[in-house]
Design a protein around this ligand. Structure first.
Ligand code: DAK
Length: 269
């Protein structure tokens, strides 16, 4: 893949970018891609650059290197000596990364091949949806360490799988396989191996990028913003988003193309 307009890569996190698609790879395979503060800061910088004006990114695949793990959690060693105040700062950094992923206009697919545990599952949950190989496994094992999920797991896991299942997973810390994760709606699609996973994720992004980019971005903004709000407030966000779509050239092009019985020519404006 060409390295055009790519945000600067940092140690332990690689970025490849081309054709409007960015692949962000956490690359600490010897620690099963555990989220050190350096990795979190690198991810934050990368997602902020992908969101910056002038970025042509239309979709992102977030993954882990090495074929054993997406991310096996927050880095237990670097967390071990934190004071409560430093723990709060570490949690805030994790939340900023999640917010940068959720705030990116383009969809982000978590491509999980192996362990997605603790902070790793929380990172995947901040993505728009999760695709995984059959060999993957998922869990929030923080209670085994005397911790609780600290990067949004208590908030996003119940939204993904329902409150009761989230409680069961968090209280037990038990690991589930990809088939069970798909059955409870945590994983959207499963694939036989890593190649099939990336082919499937790319095919989905190809499908998404034929559509009007502003409509996809507004949909994401409303879906993310509405989560957890009361119905009246959530539907008001949808009203604002629906109205914003009318301000875009692509909406007028899409409607005109339907009426004229031709394919739309979207420009992203
Ligand atoms: N952190 C650091 N190193 C890790 C790691 C982790 N989370 N997970 C694995 N590694 C390292 C291992 O230490 C080992 O390193 P070496 O000993 O070779 O130097 C290497 O990766 C390979 O791991 P194993 O030898 O253990 O490999 P196995 O196949 O035997 O086992 C495993 C794989 C994934 C089952 C096992 O490694 C494991 O149980 N890992 C820990 C999984 C886990 O508990 N993850 C959740 C961590 S808790 C916070 C905010 C958030 C969080 C915490 C604090 N604050 C705001 C303070 C979130 C916490 C979590 O994510």
């Amino acid at each position: 893949m060409a390295e055009t307009n790519a945000p600067a890569a940092a140690p332990d996190v690689l970025v490849e970018q081309g054709g409007g698609i960015a692949i962000v790879t956490i690359d600490r395979p010897t620690a099963l891609n555990a989220l050190s503060p350096e990795v979190l800061r690198a991810l934050l910088g990368i997602f902020e650059s992908l969101a910056a004006a002038g970025s042509d990114v239309r979709g992102v695949l977030l993954t882990g290197a090495g074929g054993r793990a997406f991310v096996a959690g927050a880095d237990i060693r670097s967390m071990s000596s934190l004071t409560p105040e430093q723990g709060a700062d570490a949690a805030r950094l994790g939340h900023r990364v999640a917010a940068a992923i959720e705030g990116l206009a383009a969809p982000v697919i978590a491509c999980v091949d192996g362990f997605a545990l603790g902070g790793g599952l929380e990172l995947a949950l901040a993505c728009d949806f999760i695709y995984a190989t059959d060999a993957s496994s998922f869990g929030q094992p923080e209670v085994h360490l005397g911790l609780i999920p600290g990067f949004g797991g208590t908030v996003r896991l119940p939204r993904a799988v329902g409150l009761a299942r989230a409680k069961e997973l968090i209280y037990t810390g038990r690991r589930i396989d990809a088939a069970e994760a798909a059955a409870i709606g945590l994983v959207v699609r499963t694939f036989s191996d890593r190649d099939a996973l990336f082919a499937g994720a790319r095919a989905t992004l190809d499908e998404v990028t034929t559509n009007a980019a502003p409509a996809v971005a507004i949909s994401k903004r409303v879906l993310v913003g509405a989560a957890g709000r009361r119905t009246e407030s959530a539907t008001e966000l949808e009203v604002e988003g629906f109205s914003d779509a009318f301000r875009t050239d692509d909406m007028h092009e899409g409607v005109a193309a339907f009426i004229e019985k031709r394919e739309p020519r979207f420009t992203g404006a």
